[in-house]
Design a protein around this ligand. Structure first.
Ligand SMILES: Cc1ncc(COP(=O)(O)O)c(C=O)c1O
Length: 291
């Protein structure tokens, strides 16, 4: 019902995972009544394909073995009534291998919409950027301060909304004079360079912490409100982890006299965090050897 009512573009087909057939039968019964031209296509694992076989043979087929990888749809036989409805209303079934299921889970996890925005290296620009992102959900964000550069380059991925919403966000950035490039079609950036951004930097008074951000809207903004623009953020690696929140590595320039104040802001935030300043690897990979 939501698909039919809310989708603004053309709707050709709806793909539905099939176990016993209840979900697809219900969707098909509704959609064929209101939009009979829309195709309803079932999707089954090839080792749990009771509906595909039953439709092919024209009667309910009982599987001897059923693959349990997609456990929500691992059934040996489809329902009697659901089969009757599917015979009448479903336009076809596609079967998917375990590899294809894994690949699509991976695709969803590794965001495909990757962008780069140039931010002026000045206090508060990070927060302004986050405001412009607006309700688009950032799932990955990478930034490393470079005091030689006039502009900082941030690399980020956003949760998938419509192309219009993505376009509107890019327009907002451009309007605010923040040059933004869409790297979605750039495989070099997505597969390799996203992991290389940043590097050693000779940054004064840098504190490095790992934070666990809760998975709720506004968590990033709350964090920035606590620290920025009071202290410069010199490093930011954010990767959403789904329900458990996000692991975030943050560098902040805090002069020693401000440390107690900083610490009380960090504690008040209520996010779990730990210092990584003495981590050997941080020193090796991200600090200038002379500092
Ligand atoms: C992940 C998932 N997909 C699809 C379905 C639909 O299954 P059915 O065809 O039995 O309604 C279920 C049912 O529990 C499910 O868990």
């Amino acid at each position: 019902m939501e698909i039919v009512r809310q989708l603004q573009g053309p709707l050709h087909a709806i793909f539905v995972p099939v176990g016993g057939g209840g979900l697809i039968a219900g969707i098909a019964a509704y959609v064929k009544r209101v939009r009979p031209e829309v195709k309803i296509i079932g999707v089954e694992p090839s080792d749990a394909n009771a509906m595909a076989l039953s439709l092919y043979h024209g009667k309910r087929v009982m599987l001897e073995h059923v693959g349990g990888f997609a456990d929500g749809v691992a059934v040996k036989a489809v329902g009697e009534e659901t089969f009757r409805l599917c015979r009448e209303l479903v336009d076809g079934i596609v079967m998917v291998s375990r590899d294809a299921i894994c690949a699509s889970i991976k695709d969803m996890f590794e965001e495909k919409r990757m962008l780069a925005t140039f931010l002026p290296e000045e206090h508060g620009s990070f927060k302004k950027f986050t405001e412009l992102v607006g309700r688009m959900n950032i799932t990955e964000f990478k930034y490393r301060y470079d005091f030689n550069a006039k502009d900082a380059l941030v690399l980020y991925s956003v949760g998938i909304y419509t192309d219009n919403e993505l376009g509107a966000m890019v327009d907002r950035m451009e309007l605010a004079k923040l040059k933004t490039v869409n790297l979605t079609d750039n495989d070099l950036a997505k597969d390799h360079l996203r992991y290389f951004i940043g590097g050693r930097s000779e940054i004064k008074d840098e504190l490095v912490y790992r934070f666990i951000f809760p998975e709720r809207p506004g968590a990033l903004m709350k964090f920035l409100d606590a620290f920025s623009p009071r202290w410069n953020i010199s490093l930011f690696h954010y990767r959403a982890q789904g329900e458990t929140g996000a692991n975030v590595l943050v560098g902040i320039q805090v002069p020693p006299v401000d440390f107690d104040e900083f610490k009380s802001h960090a504690d008040n935030l209520g996010y779990e965090y730990m210092s990584e300043n003495n981590n050997e690897i941080y020193r090796l990979l991200l600090r200038d050897p002379e500092v």
